[in-house]
Design a protein around this ligand. Structure first.
Ligand SMILES: *Cc1c(COP(=O)(O)O)cnc(C)c1O
Length: 394
C-alpha cells in the first residue's frame, strides 16, 4: 500500500466505497433489494431503532448498495458523510428543510436552478420562511444582507443557465461570522472539480443524475456535509420526507462514478474547444463559460476549480422564433432536452429574463445552453455550423 500518502482524486474514484473483500471479492458492490428486514431475536428488533451508520433496519433507510455509494461520494467530495436521495431536487429540498423553521430568513443566489426557486417561492413561503435573492457576484458583501433570523445561505456556482462564478470562500467567511450555514448546489463541478469543504461550505448538494450517473438514465441526489451533526440533522429530515432511492439506481451511480474522471476530462476539453469556436462566430454575441480567460468569473474559477465540465451557454445575436426553430429543430447530433451530464450533447434555448428578481438579465439576444458530450468536436462544430447556416435561410 502507499502508506500515509493521501490518494489522488483519480485513484479515489476507482477505489472509494467498494469494499470487495466484504463481498466475496466481487469488484462492484452487490445490489441488495429490500423492504422487509428480518430480526433474529427480540433484542435485535429492539436495537433496530438506533441510527448507527451502515445499519440495515428497513428498506427505506437503505441497504449496503446505497451506503457504499454514500461512502464513495463523501470521500470524493472530502466531507464527513453523504446521504443519497431519489433526485437532485429531493436533495435540495431535504437539505434546506433540515435547517429552517417558520420565521426564518434565507439568502438564495439569483442565479439558482429554477426548481430551487420554486421551493422557496411556494412551500417555504407557506411554511413561513422568507427568501431573499441576492446578486451571485455579491462575495463578502453578503454580510450586509445577513439578519439575526437568517438560517442559511444558498449558493450555486457556476449559476444555472448563466454561469456566474461565486466567491464561495468570501461568502462562507461572512456567513460563519454570524453563525449562518452555507449550502452549495455543486452539481456543475461534480465531486471532482472543486473542494467545497475547503471553501467553507457546510453542505454540498449534487444532482447525481448528472455527471455521477453520467448516462442519462437514473435520477439520484446526494447531500454531503462537513460535520456529523449536520449529517444527522439532514438524515432526520430525509426520514420524515419518506424519500428512498432504489438499489438498482445506486448501483448504476456507483458504476458511473468509476469513469467520472476520464469523462470529465473529455467534457472539459471538448466543451472549451466548442466554446472557443463559438467566440469566433459572427452569429454569437458572447459565450458564458468560466474557463474562458475573458469570462467575468475566470479569476475565481481558476482559484477554486481544477477544471470545467461540459455545460455552458452562449448568447446568439437576436433572432426570430422561426429562425431559432430552424436552427434547433434540425440538429443532427445535439438533442434538445433539459437533464444534462450524460455522454451525449444537448442544446437548450432558454430565457433567464423572467426568472430573476434581485438582478436584471437584460442581455439582448437568445441564450442557448449547450452540454458538450463525448462525441468528436469536429462533428459537433459541423452540426452547430449547419445550424447557424439555417438561421440565414429564413
Ligand atoms: C438537474 C439539476 C438539479 C436537479 O437534479 P434532478 O436529479 O433532475 O432532480 C439540481 N441542481 C442543478 C444545478 C441541476 O442542474
Amino acid at each position: 500500500m502507499s502508506g500515509n500518502r493521501p490518494q489522488k482524486p483519480a485513484t479515489k474514484l476507482v477505489h472509494a466505497g467498494r469494499r470487495s473483500s466484504e463481498y466475496h471479492g466481487v469488484v462492484n458492490p452487490p445490489v441488495l433489494h429490500a423492504s422487509t428486514i428480518l430480526f433474529e431475536t427480540l433484542a435485535d428488533l429492539e436495537k433496530a431503532g438506533s441510527s448507527a451508520p451502515g445499519k440495515v433496519t428497513y428498506g427505506r433507510h437503505g441497504t449496503p448498495t446505497r451506503f457504499l455509494l454514500e461512502e464513495a461520494v463523501a470521500e470524493l467530495e472530502g466531507g464527513f458523510g453523504t446521504l443519497c436521495v431519489s433526485s437532485g431536487v429531493a436533495a435540495i429540498t431535504n437539505a434546506i428543510l433540515a435547517f429552517v423553521k417558520p420565521g426564518d430568513h434565507i439568502l438564495v443566489t439569483d442565479s439558482t436552478y429554477y426548481p430551487t426557486r420554486n421551493l422557496c417561492n411556494t412551500f417555504l413561503k407557506r411554511f413561513g420562511v422568507e427568501t431573499e435573492y441576492y446578486d451571485p457576484a455579491i462575495g463578502g458583501d453578503i454580510a450586509g444582507l445577513i439578519r439575526d433570523n437568517t438560517a442559511l445561505i444558498w449558493c450555486e456556482s457556476p449559476g444555472s443557465l448563466t454561469f456566474e462564478i461565486q466567491d464561495i470562500p468570501a461568502i462562507s467567511a461572512a456567513a460563519h461570522a454570524r453563525g449562518v450555514k452555507v449550502l452549495l448546489d455543486n452539481t456543475w463541478a461534480s465531486p471532482m472539480l472543486c473542494r467545497p469543504f475547503e471553501m467553507g461550505v457546510d453542505v454540498s448538494v449534487q444532482a447525481g443524475t448528472k455527471y455521477i450517473v453520467g448516462h442519462s438514465d437514473v435520477m439520484l441526489g446526494t447531500i454531503t456535509t462537513a460535520t456529523e451533526e449536520d449529517l444527522l440533522t439532514i438524515k432526520k429530515q430525509i426520514i420524515i420526507s419518506g424519500d428512498a432511492v432504489g438499489p438498482d439506481d445506486c448501483y448504476l451511480a456507483q458504476r458511473g462514478l468509476r469513469t467520472l474522471g476520464v469523462r470529465l476530462r473529455q467534457h472539459h476539453e471538448s466543451g472549451l474547444k466548442v466554446a472557443q469556436w463559438l467566440q469566433t462566430r459572427p452569429e454569437v454575441k458572447r459565450v458564458l463559460h468560466p474557463a474562458l480567460p475573458d469570462d467575468p468569473g475566470h479569476a475565481i474559477w481558476k482559484r477554486d476549480f481544477i477544471g470545467a465540465s461540459g455545460l455552458f451557454s452562449f448568447i446568439l445575436k437576436p433572432v426570430t422564433k422561426p429562425q431559432l426553430a430552424s436552427m434547433v429543430d434540425h440538429m443532427d447530433l445535439f438533442g434538445m432536452g433539459f437533464s444534462w451530464g450524460g455522454f451525449e450533447s444537448l442544446i437548450l434555448p432558454s430565457d433567464p429574463k423572467n426568472i430573476r428578481t434581485a438582478t436584471k438579465w437584460d442581455e439582448d439576444g437568445q441564450l442557448i445552453r449547450l452540454h458538450i458530450g463525448l462525441e468528436d468536436t469536429d462533428d459537433l462544430i459541423a452540426d452547430l455550423e449547419a445550424g447557424f447556416a439555417r438561421l440565414e435561410m429564413i
